[in-house]
Design a binder for this molecule. Structure first.
Ligand code: MG
Length: 404
């Protein structure tokens, strides 16, 4: 059933540490299963998507968001004869590197690293997701991390700064970071390639998922209103359509129905537009896909409508004064934790302080060297859930900032 341009697990570029194939599962099914059983995956339950975990039980968390991305991605993948297992694996792993408190936590951690050492590569959540699966999970006797297939790791590393890409490339020549070095000059032979269609698809499914569920969570929280959403043409079209078919539909059901119709329309649009691009580019293999322009996407019209929705959410939800207020508090927690552990590393559990003396080979640093203390601290903080970070802050600073 797989298209010739889909990722075929039997043709995988393999794992960093070679392993005997599983008797009944493909390489990508195995990747997905390893992700589901990881510690970092369970932590996603208590990590913020937009609303802090303690603000309400029904808001999306990183976990439910990741499940929605997997659902959307798989249903599109199946129609396009792409590899569903790979899409699912990438979707479930794509946010593993997120800090507590969502983007607020990430920005704070990035500034802490750069303030501590101006030469620092900072904090990037895509790279952190790769660090989690490549080295931070401790589950196997023979290697650090989950030892996932190249294709899953390629999908996880969605963006990467040139600087970090160079470091990964040094560790793993021609590997997942190569495509980010395309314009790095004649010193590398890299060309600007794209990741697999499965990776491109999961990336778009991520965007479709959060645009839709953030409307739902925004209204649920009271920060957005149905009336206000009338200015978003993509949403309003389906709100009107639902109302025309079900006059007098109560607002909660109207909201769900409009979101449901909007999601379906986006999914069908991606299927149609992608089919067309694939037909035009006619790639015969995954390698050919990597040398084409990006092939998974919306039609031009849907892309414009989706961009307007995104802009609306940015202006009215992500920058809402109430969200901004919790953002500042969350950033303070991360900054305080970073300062406290840097001043007294013994405040971290031994499993983390032990890394100070352990040479590590990992993506992101040169081989056989000690990790920088600030990186160990950043890895520890990045792994925390919202509530663990709050509790640690309370323990170290003696004041409650977020009542849990
Ligand atoms: Mg996401």
């Amino acid at each position: 059933m797989l298209a010739s341009y889909a990722c075929d697990p039997s043709q995988s570029r393999g794992r960093r540490h070679p392993e005997v194939p599983a008797p009944t599962r493909s390489a990508f099914q195995r990747d997905r299963d390893r992700i589901v059983h990881s510690t970092a995956f369970r932590r996603l339950v208590y990590k913020t998507q937009v609303f802090l975990n303690h603000e309400g039980d029904l808001f999306r968390t990183r976990l439910t968001h990741s499940l929605e991305v997997a659902q959307l991605g798989r249903s599109i993948a199946r129609t396009l004869n792409l590899n569903e297992d790979l899409v699912e694996a990438i979707a479930l792993a794509h946010d593993l590197g997120h800090t507590p408190f969502g983007h607020a936590g990430q920005d704070a951690l990035n500034s802490c690293l750069k303030a501590h050492n101006p030469d620092s590569a900072g904090f990037e959540h895509n790279l952190q997701s790769l660090r989690v699966v490549d080295m931070l999970e401790e589950r196997y006797p023979e290697f650090d991390g989950l030892n996932l297939s190249f294709e899953t790791r390629e999908g996880i590393l969605k963006h990467c700064s040139r600087r970090n890409a160079r470091r990964i490339e040094a560790m793993e020549p021609g590997g997942v970071a190569r495509r980010f070095l395309a314009s790095a000059g004649p010193a590398t032979s890299a060309v600007a390639t794209q990741p697999s269609l499965e990776a491109q698809l999961t990336n778009l499914a991520d965007e479709i998922a959060y645009n839709a569920h953030d409307i739902d969570d925004g209204v649920r929280s009271g920060l957005l209103t149905l009336d206000q959403l009338e200015e978003v043409d993509l949403f309003d079209y389906y709100r009107r359509e639902a109302l025309a078919q079900h006059p007098g539909l109560p607002s909660r059901r109207l909201l769900f129905e409009a979101i449901r119709r909007m999601l379906s329309a986006q999914v069908y649009d991606v299927m149609e537009a992608t089919r067309e691009s694939v037909r035009d580019a006619a790639p015969r293999s995954v390698e050919a896909v990597r040398h084409c322009r990006p092939l998974v996407g919306f039609s031009a019209d849907m892309a414009a409508r989706s961009a307007r929705l995104k802009k609306f959410l940015l202006q009215n939800l992500y920058r809402h004064p109430q969200v901004a207020e919790t953002t500042q508090t969350a950033q303070q927690i991360v900054r305080d934790l970073f300062a406290a552990y840097m001043a007294d590393p013994a405040q971290m559990p031994e499993a983390h302080t032990a890394r100070f003396d352990r040479f590590e080979i990992e993506s992101g640093t040169s081989p056989d060297r000690l990790p920088k203390p600030e990186r160990v601290v950043a890895d520890y903080i990045a792994g925390m859930t919202d509530r663990f970070a709050s509790k640690e802050h309370e323990r170290l600073h003696g004041r409650v900032v977020f009542p849990l």
